[in-house]
Design a protein around this ligand. Structure first.
Ligand code: DC
Length: 237
């Protein structure tokens, strides 16, 4: 069987990570959450005091060589991210990191540093990687590129339900406003803005169950991994 690279991009809270993780599991590929890498660098900067008043870009760029990131499988079948050997999987999801990560992700040197690591991960094994620039910048030659979308209202409702389930007090209107702001910021920034690659296949999951979405992604992947077996329909990509 041919090993391929699968790039999954899309707006925040579109369900990319769930899809990418499930697809990797189904294909027995490695899953890399590139957003977690930007979050881990943000945590590093917070701990070093580089984000106390304003972001100290020069210091952060100078200390990038001290940032060692590793993704590893946990015993329970999930993924952990290690920052200089420490498991920071839970901490990078906290409010402090979430509030600052988009600023850190805008620094060109941070991006080029992480992109180098992401390409090395892609060379080492067959991967499903999700993010914002995977199909456009990190792996422009990926055999399969998916662009996952859902309406801002759908994404806000899902995120709001998640936050409320975690005990946070938020309203749908607040979450929707945050999502629209992040969409704007992610798609208009100067470096590697979120964009659909010309050859990416769009999956709008506003009205699609997770199972149906996964089934479609598996179908598309198998067509590329085993072209002779999946080649029945001529009309579908
Ligand atoms: O997907 P996420 O919310 O964990 O991403 C965290 C931040 O990192 C978000 O501001 C977008 C940014 N990001 C990026 O710029 N490029 C990527 N490939 C992945 C994430």
């Amino acid at each position: 069987m041919k090993a391929i690279t699968i790039a999954i991009d899309g707006f925040s809270a579109a369900g990319k990570s769930t899809l990418a993780r499930q697809l990797a599991r189904r294909l027995n590929y490695a899953y890399v959450d590139s957003g977690a890498m930007y979050r881990a660098v943000t945590l590093f900067a917070l701990r070093r005091g580089l984000l106390d008043n304003r972001l100290d870009e020069a210091d952060l760029v100078a200390s990038l060589t001290q940032v060692d990131l590793k993704c590893k499988k946990t015993d329970s079948g999930g993924e952990a991210i290690l920052l200089n050997g420490e498991d920071v999987t839970a901490e990078i999801r906290g409010v402090a990191v979430s509030d600052h990560v988009s600023k850190v992700a805008e620094i060109p040197e941070v991006r080029s540093h992480l992109i180098k690591m992401q390409r090395a991960m892609g060379r080492a094994k067959a991967v499903v990687m999700d993010g914002r620039d995977i199909g456009t910048v990190v792996f422009p030659d990926a055999e399969l590129k998916l662009f996952v979308t859902a309406s801002p209202e759908t994404r806000a409702r899902r995120r709001c339900d998640e936050l409320v389930a975690k005990g946070q007090q938020v309203t749908l209107a607040q979450v929707l406003q945050g999502i629209k702001k992040r969409d704007e910021r992610d798609s208009t920034r100067a470096h590697s803005p979120l964009a659909k690659a010309a050859d990416a296949i769009e999956i709008d999951n506003s009205h699609l169950s997770k199972a149906a979405q996964l089934q479609e992604a598996v179908r598309l992947a198998l067509r590329r991994i085993q072209p002779q077996k999946g080649g029945k329909s001529k009309s579908k990509p």
